[in-house]
Design a binder for this molecule. Structure first.
Ligand code: DI6
Ligand code: FE
Length: 407
């Protein structure tokens, strides 16, 4: 057997089910061929074979490349000024109702060119990926008309084409009401269903459809129309659900077999049960929880009891989660939400893959899976959520190619 790359002298947190915490393999070897993992196990069991390159990792830990499954990475401008207002007492809802908030980012995004968006988001992407992130989801939702939603999604696709990272795009046209439709939200939903989504789907610019179900955004009746349209176009759905109040969006999303429901601080027991039945992932977003100074915790124990898998993501966006660190989100998820270090790592690997419909190819170190691997200078996997503000990522392999070599 000839492998492209053979990793030896490492410990693997495979995140697959093998009876060990983290699916761990001590003294592991990982063989990579053609961008995929072609063998992984204990190095004593490694079959005879030649490798074009052998990398001895000095006992470091390897994990699946991290997956950030919920971001709004592509936008114009920033909201540092609004941040300052909020600190002087204004709430997120007040700012949104006064035409600030998302609306101000829409204005800046519409004013930006495709190249501007690629350049500004590219810098943020470089920060995120330096922590071993090899797959990221990017939503639109700051364009809010066909030309600008298309521009945002095209920028996201371009980032995926020009960087060593898998980008999954999501059309979030039903994110907020654009100014030209103020007082006519049903009219805007008509535009989303009749014009924006069919064109975006026809141009293969989106891998999924998302919406924001909230008093300051759209009702379940409106989102049902969006999801009916997505279904006709063959696109899976996800939902910003129960972030600020319980709207029953979760139950609606599960009727459409949503890949994920995201935020969920206010989800009810009924919502949790519906997610368990539909196999929908709970994506928790501690960055928004932190930035909004939210005090209502998502019902972690309810998700655990019902067997709803939990993912953790940055929700990177300029309003409520301007973070550039998924590792910091893992730390916050342990400290704020009391998730365990193993749960949060599952949340940025296997469960995050499932939230993107990529569970067959990403999120675990397993034969046949993509060779997306992060290498860490740590003594135990718990350190990935124990340290906060540091970056122990020592090496990165994306689809079998070195992005960052271990020193
Ligand atoms: N929920 C959020 O946390 C972000 N969008 C959403 O639906 C906030 C987006 C923003 O404020 O720009
Ligand atoms: Fe979001």
């Amino acid at each position: 057997m000839i492998w492209d790359v053979l990793l030896t002298d490492c410990r693997a947190a495979t995140m697959a089910e093998n009876g060990q915490p983290y699916g761990a393999i001590d003294d592991a070897a990982v063989a990579i061929t053609g961008g995929r993992i072609t063998w992984i196990g204990r190095s004593v069991d490694l079959p005879a074979g030649d490798a074009r390159e052998t990398a001895r990792l000095g006992g470091r830990w390897v994990t699946p490349g991290l997956i950030d499954c919920h971001t709004h990475l592509v936008y114009g401008g920033d909201r540092a000024a609004e941040f300052e207002l909020r600190l002087k007492g204004a709430t997120y809802e007040e700012i949104a109702r006064a035409g600030g908030g998302i609306a101000s980012t829409v204005k800046a995004t519409r004013a930006a060119s495709l190249d501007d968006l690629v350049a500004s988001a590219g810098k943020r992407l470089a920060e995120l990926t330096s922590e071993g992130v090899t797959t990221i989801e990017i939503k639109s939702g700051y364009g809010l008309d066909l030309a600008n939603e298309r521009k945002q999604l095209a920028a996201a696709r371009k980032l995926g084409d020009t960087n060593p990272v898998t980008v999954r795009t999501t059309c979030l046209a039903a994110h907020a009401l654009p100014p030209e439709f103020s007082n006519n939200s049903d009219g805007y939903i008509d535009l989303v269903c009749h014009e924006i989504l069919p064109a975006i789907a026809g141009e293969h610019l989106a891998d999924a459809v998302d919406a924001f179900c909230e008093k300051i955004a759209f009702t379940t009746a409106q989102i049902r129309r969006v999801f009916d349209t997505a279904r006709k176009l063959g696109l899976p759905v996800k939902l910003h659900a129960e972030q600020l109040s319980d709207q029953g969006g979760t139950q609606l999303a599960t009727e459409f077999n949503a890949l994920s429901c995201d935020h969920l601080e206010y989800v009810s027991d009924d919502g949790i049960a519906a997610m368990a039945r539909a196999g929908t992932i709970a994506v928790l977003l501690p960055g928004a929880f932190y930035a909004l100074r939210e005090t209502k915790l998502p019902p972690i124990e309810g998700f655990r009891k019902a067997g709803v898998p939990i993912a953790i993501s940055t929700d990177h966006n300029p309003g409520t989660s301007p973070t550039l660190s998924l590792l910091l989100m893992l730390s916050m998820a342990t400290t704020f939400f009391r998730l365990t270090p193993e749960e949060v790592l599952l949340g940025a690997t296997r469960h995050a893959a499932k939230a993107l419909g990529l569970e067959g190819s990403h999120g675990m170190l397993k034969t046949g899976m993509a060779a997306d691997i992060a290498i860490w200078s740590v003594e135990r996997p718990a350190e990935l959520s124990y340290w906060f503000g540091g970056n122990p990522c020592a090496g990165i392999i994306k689809t079998g190619n070195w992005v960052k070599r271990c020193a």
